[in-house]
Design a protein around this ligand. Structure first.
Ligand SMILES: C[S@@+](CC[C@H](N)C(=O)[O-])C[C@H]1O[C@@H](n2cnc3c(N)ncnc32)[C@H](O)[C@@H]1O
Length: 478
Protein backbone atom coordinates (compact mmCIF):
# COMPACT_ATOMS: atom_id res chain seq x y z
CA UNK A 1 0.00 0.00 0.00
CA UNK A 2 1.02 3.60 -0.36
CA UNK A 3 2.50 5.53 2.54
CA UNK A 4 -0.83 6.59 3.96
CA UNK A 5 -2.65 3.35 3.11
CA UNK A 6 -4.73 4.95 0.36
CA UNK A 7 -4.75 5.05 -3.39
CA UNK A 8 -2.65 7.94 -4.63
CA UNK A 9 -3.35 9.90 -7.80
CA UNK A 10 -0.26 10.39 -9.90
CA UNK A 11 0.62 11.40 -13.39
CA UNK A 12 3.66 10.78 -15.53
CA UNK A 13 4.93 12.71 -18.47
CA UNK A 14 5.51 10.58 -21.56
CA UNK A 15 7.26 11.12 -24.89
CA UNK A 16 5.31 11.34 -28.15
CA UNK A 17 3.60 8.04 -28.99
CA UNK A 18 4.53 6.52 -25.61
CA UNK A 19 1.20 6.92 -23.81
CA UNK A 20 -0.18 3.57 -25.03
CA UNK A 21 2.95 1.78 -23.78
CA UNK A 22 2.77 3.61 -20.45
CA UNK A 23 -0.96 2.96 -19.99
CA UNK A 24 -0.35 -0.74 -20.63
CA UNK A 25 2.61 -0.83 -18.24
CA UNK A 26 0.61 0.92 -15.52
CA UNK A 27 -2.21 -1.58 -15.73
CA UNK A 28 0.05 -4.62 -15.99
CA UNK A 29 2.65 -3.79 -13.34
CA UNK A 30 0.77 -1.59 -10.88
CA UNK A 31 -2.84 -2.60 -11.55
CA UNK A 32 -3.46 1.11 -11.82
CA UNK A 33 -7.00 2.39 -12.26
CA UNK A 34 -8.43 5.57 -13.81
CA UNK A 35 -5.67 5.45 -16.41
CA UNK A 36 -6.29 8.34 -18.79
CA UNK A 37 -4.11 10.43 -20.99
CA UNK A 38 -3.84 13.84 -22.55
CA UNK A 39 -1.01 14.76 -24.91
CA UNK A 40 2.27 14.25 -23.04
CA UNK A 41 0.71 13.13 -19.73
CA UNK A 42 -0.81 9.90 -18.38
CA UNK A 43 -2.93 10.05 -15.22
CA UNK A 44 -3.55 7.09 -12.93
CA UNK A 45 -4.48 6.01 -9.47
CA UNK A 46 -2.77 3.16 -7.64
CA UNK A 47 -2.02 1.80 -4.20
CA UNK A 48 1.37 0.27 -5.06
CA UNK A 49 4.42 0.99 -3.01
CA UNK A 50 6.11 4.13 -4.35
CA UNK A 51 9.26 2.13 -5.06
CA UNK A 52 7.28 0.08 -7.58
CA UNK A 53 5.86 3.22 -9.17
CA UNK A 54 9.40 4.55 -9.50
CA UNK A 55 10.36 1.44 -11.49
CA UNK A 56 8.12 2.42 -14.43
CA UNK A 57 10.11 2.12 -17.64
CA UNK A 58 8.08 3.94 -20.26
CA UNK A 59 7.51 7.19 -18.32
CA UNK A 60 9.63 10.33 -18.32
CA UNK A 61 8.85 12.01 -14.97
CA UNK A 62 6.62 11.16 -12.00
CA UNK A 63 4.27 13.64 -10.29
CA UNK A 64 1.77 13.63 -7.49
CA UNK A 65 -1.45 14.94 -9.02
CA UNK A 66 -2.77 17.93 -7.11
CA UNK A 67 -5.63 18.74 -9.45
CA UNK A 68 -6.84 18.23 -12.96
CA UNK A 69 -9.59 20.53 -14.14
CA UNK A 70 -11.26 21.75 -17.30
CA UNK A 71 -9.54 24.65 -19.06
CA UNK A 72 -9.83 28.10 -17.60
CA UNK A 73 -12.10 30.44 -19.51
CA UNK A 74 -10.59 33.86 -19.24
CA UNK A 75 -12.74 37.02 -19.14
CA UNK A 76 -12.02 39.70 -21.71
CA UNK A 77 -11.14 42.25 -19.02
CA UNK A 78 -7.46 41.64 -18.11
CA UNK A 79 -8.00 43.11 -14.63
CA UNK A 80 -10.46 40.31 -13.89
CA UNK A 81 -8.38 37.66 -15.60
CA UNK A 82 -5.75 37.30 -12.93
CA UNK A 83 -8.48 36.90 -10.30
CA UNK A 84 -10.03 34.13 -12.41
CA UNK A 85 -6.66 32.43 -12.83
CA UNK A 86 -6.05 32.57 -9.09
CA UNK A 87 -9.54 31.28 -8.26
CA UNK A 88 -9.39 28.40 -10.72
CA UNK A 89 -5.84 27.31 -9.99
CA UNK A 90 -5.75 27.58 -6.21
CA UNK A 91 -9.43 26.68 -5.77
CA UNK A 92 -9.95 25.02 -2.39
CA UNK A 93 -6.73 25.48 -0.35
CA UNK A 94 -7.43 22.18 1.46
CA UNK A 95 -6.66 20.33 -1.78
CA UNK A 96 -3.19 21.84 -1.66
CA UNK A 97 -2.77 20.95 2.03
CA UNK A 98 -3.86 17.36 1.33
CA UNK A 99 -1.39 17.16 -1.53
CA UNK A 100 1.41 18.48 0.68
CA UNK A 101 0.57 15.92 3.35
CA UNK A 102 0.62 13.03 0.85
CA UNK A 103 3.79 14.36 -0.77
CA UNK A 104 5.53 14.50 2.64
CA UNK A 105 4.52 10.91 3.40
CA UNK A 106 5.80 9.76 0.03
CA UNK A 107 9.10 11.55 0.66
CA UNK A 108 9.45 9.55 3.88
CA UNK A 109 8.88 6.36 1.85
CA UNK A 110 11.59 7.43 -0.57
CA UNK A 111 13.99 8.18 2.30
CA UNK A 112 13.38 4.79 3.89
CA UNK A 113 13.87 2.99 0.59
CA UNK A 114 17.11 4.89 -0.02
CA UNK A 115 18.33 4.04 3.46
CA UNK A 116 17.56 0.35 2.82
CA UNK A 117 19.34 0.42 -0.52
CA UNK A 118 22.39 2.17 0.98
CA UNK A 119 22.51 -0.43 3.73
CA UNK A 120 22.42 -3.21 1.15
CA UNK A 121 25.25 -1.51 -0.78
CA UNK A 122 27.25 -1.06 2.40
CA UNK A 123 26.80 -4.73 3.28
CA UNK A 124 27.99 -5.75 -0.20
CA UNK A 125 30.97 -3.39 -0.02
CA UNK A 126 31.86 -4.60 3.45
CA UNK A 127 31.72 -8.15 2.15
CA UNK A 128 34.17 -7.06 -0.54
CA UNK A 129 36.35 -5.47 2.19
CA UNK A 130 35.95 -1.89 0.94
CA UNK A 131 33.21 -0.68 3.39
CA UNK A 132 32.87 2.72 5.15
CA UNK A 133 34.20 5.42 2.87
CA UNK A 134 32.07 5.00 -0.27
CA UNK A 135 28.97 4.37 1.81
CA UNK A 136 29.38 7.64 3.67
CA UNK A 137 29.71 9.37 0.31
CA UNK A 138 26.59 7.58 -0.90
CA UNK A 139 24.65 8.69 2.12
CA UNK A 140 25.60 12.31 1.49
CA UNK A 141 24.50 11.99 -2.13
CA UNK A 142 21.10 10.61 -1.23
CA UNK A 143 20.46 13.53 1.07
CA UNK A 144 21.48 16.28 -1.28
CA UNK A 145 19.69 14.59 -4.15
CA UNK A 146 16.34 15.07 -2.49
CA UNK A 147 17.43 18.54 -1.49
CA UNK A 148 14.86 18.78 1.28
CA UNK A 149 15.20 21.31 4.07
CA UNK A 150 15.54 19.79 7.53
CA UNK A 151 12.36 18.50 9.09
CA UNK A 152 10.01 19.40 6.26
CA UNK A 153 9.72 16.03 4.52
CA UNK A 154 10.55 13.61 7.24
CA UNK A 155 8.19 14.76 9.91
CA UNK A 156 4.75 15.84 8.85
CA UNK A 157 3.07 17.02 12.05
CA UNK A 158 -0.01 15.12 13.12
CA UNK A 159 -1.93 17.78 14.95
CA UNK A 160 -4.86 19.34 13.16
CA UNK A 161 -5.39 22.92 12.24
CA UNK A 162 -8.55 24.56 10.88
CA UNK A 163 -9.70 23.74 7.36
CA UNK A 164 -11.29 20.29 7.39
CA UNK A 165 -9.45 17.05 8.13
CA UNK A 166 -6.06 18.01 6.80
CA UNK A 167 -3.31 17.45 9.37
CA UNK A 168 -1.31 20.55 10.23
CA UNK A 169 2.06 20.81 8.60
CA UNK A 170 4.94 23.23 8.59
CA UNK A 171 4.44 25.69 5.73
CA UNK A 172 6.79 24.68 2.94
CA UNK A 173 8.74 26.97 0.69
CA UNK A 174 7.56 26.69 -2.89
CA UNK A 175 8.02 27.78 -6.47
CA UNK A 176 5.47 27.67 -9.31
CA UNK A 177 6.65 26.44 -12.72
CA UNK A 178 3.97 27.20 -15.24
CA UNK A 179 3.76 26.01 -18.83
CA UNK A 180 0.97 27.19 -21.01
CA UNK A 181 -0.29 27.07 -24.57
CA UNK A 182 -3.28 28.30 -26.58
CA UNK A 183 -5.40 31.28 -25.53
CA UNK A 184 -3.81 31.64 -22.07
CA UNK A 185 -0.37 31.80 -23.65
CA UNK A 186 -1.53 34.58 -25.98
CA UNK A 187 -2.38 36.81 -23.01
CA UNK A 188 0.23 35.80 -20.45
CA UNK A 189 3.82 34.66 -20.43
CA UNK A 190 4.66 31.58 -18.34
CA UNK A 191 6.65 33.81 -15.96
CA UNK A 192 3.71 36.14 -15.46
CA UNK A 193 1.35 33.27 -14.79
CA UNK A 194 3.79 31.69 -12.34
CA UNK A 195 3.95 34.97 -10.46
CA UNK A 196 0.14 35.45 -10.39
CA UNK A 197 -0.43 31.90 -9.14
CA UNK A 198 2.47 32.16 -6.66
CA UNK A 199 0.98 35.29 -5.11
CA UNK A 200 -2.36 33.53 -4.67
CA UNK A 201 -0.79 30.42 -3.11
CA UNK A 202 1.25 32.50 -0.65
CA UNK A 203 -1.85 34.49 0.33
CA UNK A 204 -4.31 31.59 0.59
CA UNK A 205 -2.04 28.96 2.14
CA UNK A 206 0.67 30.94 3.89
CA UNK A 207 3.39 29.06 2.01
CA UNK A 208 6.62 30.95 1.46
CA UNK A 209 7.83 31.58 -2.08
CA UNK A 210 11.46 30.62 -2.73
CA UNK A 211 12.61 30.68 -6.32
CA UNK A 212 16.07 29.22 -5.63
CA UNK A 213 15.84 26.18 -3.33
CA UNK A 214 12.16 25.54 -2.69
CA UNK A 215 10.92 22.47 -0.86
CA UNK A 216 8.09 22.10 -3.35
CA UNK A 217 8.15 22.83 -7.04
CA UNK A 218 4.54 23.02 -8.14
CA UNK A 219 4.06 22.40 -11.87
CA UNK A 220 1.07 24.05 -13.53
CA UNK A 221 0.13 23.20 -17.10
CA UNK A 222 -2.57 25.27 -18.78
CA UNK A 223 -3.86 24.75 -22.31
CA UNK A 224 -7.07 25.29 -24.24
CA UNK A 225 -8.17 21.82 -23.15
CA UNK A 226 -6.65 21.17 -19.72
CA UNK A 227 -5.48 22.60 -16.40
CA UNK A 228 -3.14 20.25 -14.57
CA UNK A 229 -1.33 20.87 -11.29
CA UNK A 230 1.24 18.42 -9.94
CA UNK A 231 4.28 18.13 -7.69
CA UNK A 232 7.32 16.11 -8.84
CA UNK A 233 8.03 13.25 -6.46
CA UNK A 234 11.65 12.81 -7.41
CA UNK A 235 13.99 15.21 -9.11
CA UNK A 236 15.60 12.86 -11.58
CA UNK A 237 13.55 11.58 -14.53
CA UNK A 238 12.38 7.96 -14.32
CA UNK A 239 13.71 7.68 -17.86
CA UNK A 240 17.33 8.20 -16.79
CA UNK A 241 18.64 4.74 -16.05
CA UNK A 242 21.25 4.47 -13.35
CA UNK A 243 22.61 1.33 -15.01
CA UNK A 244 23.48 3.14 -18.26
CA UNK A 245 26.96 4.67 -18.25
CA UNK A 246 26.76 5.57 -21.95
CA UNK A 247 23.44 6.54 -23.47
CA UNK A 248 22.16 5.50 -26.87
CA UNK A 249 18.57 5.15 -28.00
CA UNK A 250 16.01 6.76 -25.63
CA UNK A 251 15.61 4.25 -22.82
CA UNK A 252 11.81 4.55 -22.85
CA UNK A 253 11.64 3.73 -26.56
CA UNK A 254 14.09 0.84 -26.13
CA UNK A 255 11.89 -0.50 -23.34
CA UNK A 256 8.76 -0.03 -25.48
CA UNK A 257 10.37 -2.19 -28.18
CA UNK A 258 11.12 -4.96 -25.68
CA UNK A 259 7.56 -4.77 -24.34
CA UNK A 260 6.26 -5.73 -27.79
CA UNK A 261 7.92 -9.10 -27.89
CA UNK A 262 6.82 -12.21 -26.07
CA UNK A 263 10.02 -12.99 -24.13
CA UNK A 264 9.95 -16.45 -22.66
CA UNK A 265 12.37 -18.06 -20.28
CA UNK A 266 15.43 -19.35 -22.14
CA UNK A 267 14.67 -17.26 -25.21
CA UNK A 268 17.60 -16.21 -27.37
CA UNK A 269 17.36 -12.48 -28.07
CA UNK A 270 19.54 -10.77 -30.67
CA UNK A 271 20.26 -7.10 -31.41
CA UNK A 272 22.38 -7.19 -34.58
CA UNK A 273 23.10 -3.40 -34.46
CA UNK A 274 23.34 -3.05 -30.70
CA UNK A 275 25.34 0.19 -30.35
CA UNK A 276 25.91 0.79 -26.63
CA UNK A 277 23.47 -2.02 -25.78
CA UNK A 278 20.44 0.02 -24.67
CA UNK A 279 17.79 -2.33 -26.06
CA UNK A 280 19.46 -5.46 -24.74
CA UNK A 281 19.83 -3.93 -21.29
CA UNK A 282 16.17 -2.91 -21.20
CA UNK A 283 15.18 -6.41 -22.30
CA UNK A 284 17.50 -8.03 -19.76
CA UNK A 285 15.80 -6.13 -16.91
CA UNK A 286 12.45 -7.57 -17.98
CA UNK A 287 13.34 -11.19 -18.60
CA UNK A 288 15.50 -12.86 -16.00
CA UNK A 289 16.30 -16.09 -17.83
CA UNK A 290 16.70 -15.18 -21.48
CA UNK A 291 20.06 -15.12 -23.24
CA UNK A 292 21.10 -11.96 -25.09
CA UNK A 293 23.46 -11.41 -28.02
CA UNK A 294 24.56 -7.98 -29.25
CA UNK A 295 26.46 -7.30 -32.47
CA UNK A 296 27.92 -4.15 -33.97
CA UNK A 297 30.59 -3.35 -36.51
CA UNK A 298 32.02 -0.39 -34.52
CA UNK A 299 34.61 -1.27 -31.92
CA UNK A 300 33.98 2.01 -30.05
CA UNK A 301 30.28 1.25 -29.71
CA UNK A 302 30.98 -2.28 -28.53
CA UNK A 303 33.43 -0.99 -25.93
CA UNK A 304 30.72 1.29 -24.52
CA UNK A 305 28.29 -1.61 -24.62
CA UNK A 306 30.76 -3.71 -22.61
CA UNK A 307 30.97 -0.94 -19.98
CA UNK A 308 27.18 -0.57 -19.83
CA UNK A 309 26.64 -4.29 -19.49
CA UNK A 310 29.25 -4.37 -16.74
CA UNK A 311 27.69 -1.41 -14.88
CA UNK A 312 24.29 -3.08 -15.07
CA UNK A 313 25.73 -6.33 -13.68
CA UNK A 314 24.57 -8.29 -16.76
CA UNK A 315 27.95 -9.57 -17.93
CA UNK A 316 27.02 -13.20 -17.59
CA UNK A 317 23.84 -12.84 -19.70
CA UNK A 318 24.77 -10.56 -22.60
CA UNK A 319 27.26 -11.72 -25.19
CA UNK A 320 28.77 -8.97 -27.38
CA UNK A 321 30.30 -9.75 -30.75
CA UNK A 322 31.93 -7.57 -33.42
CA UNK A 323 30.13 -8.52 -36.56
CA UNK A 324 28.03 -7.16 -39.42
CA UNK A 325 24.27 -7.53 -39.55
CA UNK A 326 24.71 -8.29 -43.26
CA UNK A 327 26.28 -11.64 -42.36
CA UNK A 328 25.12 -12.66 -38.90
CA UNK A 329 27.40 -15.44 -37.60
CA UNK A 330 24.55 -17.53 -36.19
CA UNK A 331 22.84 -20.64 -37.53
CA UNK A 332 19.51 -20.46 -39.34
CA UNK A 333 16.46 -20.42 -37.03
CA UNK A 334 18.54 -20.07 -33.88
CA UNK A 335 17.04 -16.87 -32.45
CA UNK A 336 13.63 -16.25 -30.81
CA UNK A 337 13.55 -12.47 -30.93
CA UNK A 338 15.41 -9.90 -33.05
CA UNK A 339 15.32 -6.36 -31.68
CA UNK A 340 16.95 -3.71 -33.83
CA UNK A 341 17.33 0.06 -34.05
CA UNK A 342 18.45 0.74 -37.61
CA UNK A 343 20.73 3.81 -37.99
CA UNK A 344 18.97 6.75 -39.60
CA UNK A 345 22.15 8.62 -40.40
CA UNK A 346 21.38 11.52 -37.99
CA UNK A 347 23.19 10.42 -34.86
CA UNK A 348 24.93 7.29 -36.08
CA UNK A 349 26.90 7.01 -39.26
CA UNK A 350 25.97 4.02 -41.38
CA UNK A 351 28.63 1.78 -42.82
CA UNK A 352 26.27 1.10 -45.72
CA UNK A 353 23.59 2.88 -47.77
CA UNK A 354 20.70 1.86 -45.54
CA UNK A 355 17.80 1.95 -48.05
CA UNK A 356 19.87 -0.19 -50.43
CA UNK A 357 21.00 -2.54 -47.67
CA UNK A 358 17.62 -2.95 -45.93
CA UNK A 359 16.42 -6.01 -47.90
CA UNK A 360 19.72 -7.79 -47.26
CA UNK A 361 19.68 -6.92 -43.56
CA UNK A 362 16.11 -8.18 -43.27
CA UNK A 363 17.05 -11.37 -45.10
CA UNK A 364 19.64 -12.09 -42.43
CA UNK A 365 17.26 -11.31 -39.59
CA UNK A 366 14.59 -13.47 -41.14
CA UNK A 367 17.10 -16.31 -41.61
CA UNK A 368 18.28 -16.42 -38.00
CA UNK A 369 14.74 -16.15 -36.56
CA UNK A 370 13.02 -19.40 -35.68
CA UNK A 371 9.42 -20.00 -36.72
CA UNK A 372 7.07 -18.15 -34.40
CA UNK A 373 9.94 -15.81 -33.61
CA UNK A 374 9.50 -12.10 -33.45
CA UNK A 375 11.22 -9.15 -35.18
CA UNK A 376 10.88 -5.70 -33.64
CA UNK A 377 12.61 -3.05 -35.67
CA UNK A 378 12.84 0.74 -35.25
CA UNK A 379 13.04 2.61 -38.55
CA UNK A 380 13.04 6.15 -39.87
CA UNK A 381 9.87 7.28 -41.64
CA UNK A 382 11.58 6.73 -44.99
CA UNK A 383 12.83 3.21 -44.15
CA UNK A 384 9.43 2.39 -42.65
CA UNK A 385 7.72 3.26 -45.93
CA UNK A 386 10.25 1.12 -47.81
CA UNK A 387 9.70 -1.77 -45.43
CA UNK A 388 5.91 -1.53 -45.79
CA UNK A 389 6.29 -1.87 -49.57
CA UNK A 390 8.66 -4.81 -49.20
CA UNK A 391 6.32 -6.78 -46.95
CA UNK A 392 3.08 -5.51 -48.44
CA UNK A 393 1.97 -8.84 -49.83
CA UNK A 394 2.24 -10.52 -46.44
CA UNK A 395 1.25 -7.71 -44.18
CA UNK A 396 -2.40 -8.42 -43.64
CA UNK A 397 -2.50 -12.15 -44.27
CA UNK A 398 -3.85 -13.97 -41.24
CA UNK A 399 -1.65 -16.84 -40.14
CA UNK A 400 -4.50 -19.37 -40.42
CA UNK A 401 -4.95 -18.47 -44.07
CA UNK A 402 -1.22 -18.75 -44.64
CA UNK A 403 -1.18 -22.24 -43.13
CA UNK A 404 -3.95 -23.33 -45.49
CA UNK A 405 -2.09 -21.96 -48.47
CA UNK A 406 1.10 -23.63 -47.34
CA UNK A 407 -0.72 -26.92 -47.88
CA UNK A 408 -1.23 -26.07 -51.55
CA UNK A 409 0.46 -28.99 -53.35
CA UNK A 410 1.29 -26.72 -56.29
CA UNK A 411 3.19 -24.35 -54.01
CA UNK A 412 2.05 -21.41 -56.15
CA UNK A 413 2.70 -18.02 -54.67
CA UNK A 414 -0.90 -16.62 -54.72
CA UNK A 415 0.48 -13.19 -53.97
CA UNK A 416 1.90 -14.29 -50.63
CA UNK A 417 5.51 -14.17 -51.68
CA UNK A 418 5.97 -17.91 -51.28
CA UNK A 419 8.45 -19.70 -53.45
CA UNK A 420 6.87 -21.57 -56.35
CA UNK A 421 8.76 -24.21 -58.34
CA UNK A 422 8.87 -22.19 -61.56
CA UNK A 423 9.58 -18.86 -59.93
CA UNK A 424 13.04 -17.45 -59.55
CA UNK A 425 13.04 -15.27 -56.39
CA UNK A 426 15.14 -12.20 -55.73
CA UNK A 427 16.85 -11.75 -52.38
CA UNK A 428 14.31 -9.12 -51.33
CA UNK A 429 11.35 -11.38 -51.76
CA UNK A 430 13.04 -14.31 -50.07
CA UNK A 431 13.85 -12.12 -47.11
CA UNK A 432 10.30 -11.11 -46.44
CA UNK A 433 8.26 -14.14 -47.43
CA UNK A 434 7.82 -15.31 -43.85
CA UNK A 435 7.53 -12.02 -41.99
CA UNK A 436 3.98 -11.18 -41.01
CA UNK A 437 3.27 -7.68 -39.81
CA UNK A 438 1.68 -7.50 -36.36
CA UNK A 439 1.62 -3.79 -35.59
CA UNK A 440 3.22 -0.40 -36.13
CA UNK A 441 3.87 2.34 -33.56
CA UNK A 442 5.11 5.86 -34.17
CA UNK A 443 7.28 7.28 -31.36
CA UNK A 444 9.16 10.50 -30.84
CA UNK A 445 12.94 10.31 -30.72
CA UNK A 446 13.33 14.00 -29.91
CA UNK A 447 14.40 15.76 -33.07
CA UNK A 448 12.65 13.20 -35.29
CA UNK A 449 10.10 10.41 -35.11
CA UNK A 450 10.77 6.70 -35.44
CA UNK A 451 8.45 3.88 -36.47
CA UNK A 452 8.49 0.55 -34.64
CA UNK A 453 7.39 -2.39 -36.82
CA UNK A 454 6.63 -5.74 -35.20
CA UNK A 455 6.62 -8.96 -37.25
CA UNK A 456 6.14 -12.61 -36.51
CA UNK A 457 7.97 -15.21 -38.55
CA UNK A 458 5.42 -17.62 -39.91
CA UNK A 459 5.80 -20.97 -41.58
CA UNK A 460 6.10 -20.88 -45.35
CA UNK A 461 6.61 -23.47 -48.04
CA UNK A 462 10.15 -22.20 -48.55
CA UNK A 463 10.97 -22.93 -44.93
CA UNK A 464 9.31 -26.32 -45.00
CA UNK A 465 11.60 -27.18 -47.94
CA UNK A 466 14.59 -25.61 -46.25
CA UNK A 467 13.97 -27.54 -43.04
CA UNK A 468 13.58 -30.80 -44.92
CA UNK A 469 16.77 -30.08 -46.78
CA UNK A 470 18.69 -29.38 -43.59
CA UNK A 471 17.27 -32.52 -42.03
CA UNK A 472 18.34 -34.62 -45.05
CA UNK A 473 21.80 -33.14 -44.93
CA UNK A 474 22.07 -33.92 -41.23
CA UNK A 475 20.90 -37.46 -41.89
CA UNK A 476 23.36 -38.03 -44.71
CA UNK A 477 26.37 -36.74 -42.80
CA UNK A 478 25.62 -38.67 -39.64
C1 LIG B 1 21.07 3.49 -34.34
S1 LIG B 1 22.53 2.80 -33.76
C2 LIG B 1 22.02 1.69 -32.54
C3 LIG B 1 21.91 2.38 -31.25
C4 LIG B 1 21.61 1.43 -30.15
N1 LIG B 1 20.22 1.01 -30.18
C5 LIG B 1 21.98 2.09 -28.84
O1 LIG B 1 21.09 2.37 -28.05
O2 LIG B 1 23.14 2.38 -28.65
C6 LIG B 1 22.97 1.73 -35.04
C7 LIG B 1 24.24 0.96 -34.78
O3 LIG B 1 24.43 0.16 -35.93
C8 LIG B 1 25.82 0.00 -36.10
N2 LIG B 1 26.05 -0.45 -37.47
C9 LIG B 1 26.13 0.28 -38.61
N3 LIG B 1 26.30 -0.54 -39.67
C10 LIG B 1 26.30 -1.80 -39.19
C11 LIG B 1 26.40 -3.11 -39.76
N4 LIG B 1 26.56 -3.26 -41.08
N5 LIG B 1 26.34 -4.18 -38.95
C12 LIG B 1 26.19 -4.06 -37.63
N6 LIG B 1 26.09 -2.86 -37.01
C13 LIG B 1 26.14 -1.75 -37.78
C14 LIG B 1 26.40 1.35 -35.75
O4 LIG B 1 27.75 1.21 -35.37
C15 LIG B 1 25.49 1.79 -34.59
O5 LIG B 1 26.08 1.46 -33.36
Amino acid sequence: MSADGRCVRYYCTAGGGMHTFLAHELKRKLRATEVEHIPGRVFFRCSSDLQEVMQLKSAERLFLLLSRAPPISLPKNPAKASHVIQQSIVGDPDNWRHALFTWNLLQVEIRHAQARSLKRKRDVEEDKGEGGVSCAAGSERAHTHLGTPEGTHDAPAHRHQGGGNVPAQAAPTFRISCRCSGAVARHYSSQNLSRIIGVAVARELGWKPDLREPTLEVHVYLSDDHSVIGIPLIRHPLASRRYMKHTGLRSTVAWAMTSLCPMKEASVILDPMCGVGTILLEAAQECAHAVFIGMDTEEGQLQKAVENVDTAGQKSRILLVQSSCMAIPLPTASVDVVLCDVPFGRKFSCSVDMPAALPRILAEMERVLCEGGCLIILLSLQLSAQMKKLVNSNALTPQSQMTELDKDPQGKSRGLGMQGPEHSWGTDELALSSLQLQNIHRVSLGSSDGIIHTYTKIQTLKHTHANTHTHDETMSTS
